[in-house]
Ligand binder design. Sequence first.
Ligand SMILES: Nc1ncnc2c1ncn2[C@@H]1O[C@H](COP(=O)(O)OP(=O)(O)OP(=O)(O)O)[C@@H](O)[C@H]1O
Ligand SMILES: [Mg+2]
Length: 273
Amino acid sequence: MDAIKIDNLAYHYEDQAPLFKNFNLTIQAGDWVALVGHNGSGKSTLAKLILGLLERDDGKITVYDLPLTEENLGKAREKMGMVFQNPDNQFVGATVADDVAFGLENQQVPSQDMPAKIEAALKTVGMAAFADREPHYLSGGQKQRVALASVLALQPKIIILDEATAMLDPQGRAAVLQTLKDLKKAYGDQLTLIMITHDMDEASLADRVVVLDDGKLVLDGTPAEVFEAGDQKLKDLGLGLPFSVQVSQALKVQPPHYLNQQELLQWLLTLNK
Ligand SMILES: Nc1ncnc2c1ncn2[C@@H]1O[C@H](COP(=O)(O)OP(=O)(O)OP(=O)(O)O)[C@@H](O)[C@H]1O
Ligand SMILES: [Mg+2]
């Protein structure tokens, strides 16, 4: 099953050269996809086109077999949730619980069903104890987790995170990433994650890494494929490499193929024996 299918997409911002031309990308239901690329390569624009926040010039976008048309927009959007980079711009409620409730109200969830849904979503992100706090006074990482809870409460089939951890400290980042891993474990094929990131260690958590360069798809594969075969290309694009690859490349004796951090650690331990 395809969660998202993009065919021959074309888009340009007013008075600017086309950003996307004949762009194609299919994302399977249940995939965890990392979308990477340098500043201005078109990642956020692509996310907005998928959400129907921007109107494409040409091409077709299908969300779970639903063509993204003006008529279907509402239905298609119900399947998707988006978490943005800056958590401060996404709060509307006076309390954390109100904020989560807002999206549910928009979807006309009966009010008697709301408290349970709100509590469950806040629990998932470890923020249940903060339900009555003002979002304003939370830390960046806590805000980002509440933003994620607001999205989760709506039970979307697709979650798009646009640099959702970029503003967080290592602890806040780790907490959000752990939440994503837990969600993926709990929901499996029922949840598709599209994670826009500049952090290659974060990208290496995904099942698939898609690299954009000026609106073009230049690398696409598993982390192993992209980080092993594409390392020079990534460097040429000014993108980094995961920590595990940097360490591997610096070693006198190098591992036979791409290893993530955990695998690299295991491998190093065998060398030591
Ligand atoms: N509202 C806008 N009006 C005009 N041009 C825009 C607008 N938003 C983005 N652009 C241009 O479109 C291109 C793609 O921008 P986009 O924000 O999609 O990149 P990105 O990959 O998300 O970058 P970043 O990593 O910096 O977030 C850039 O050249 C940018 O300047
Ligand atoms: Mg962006």
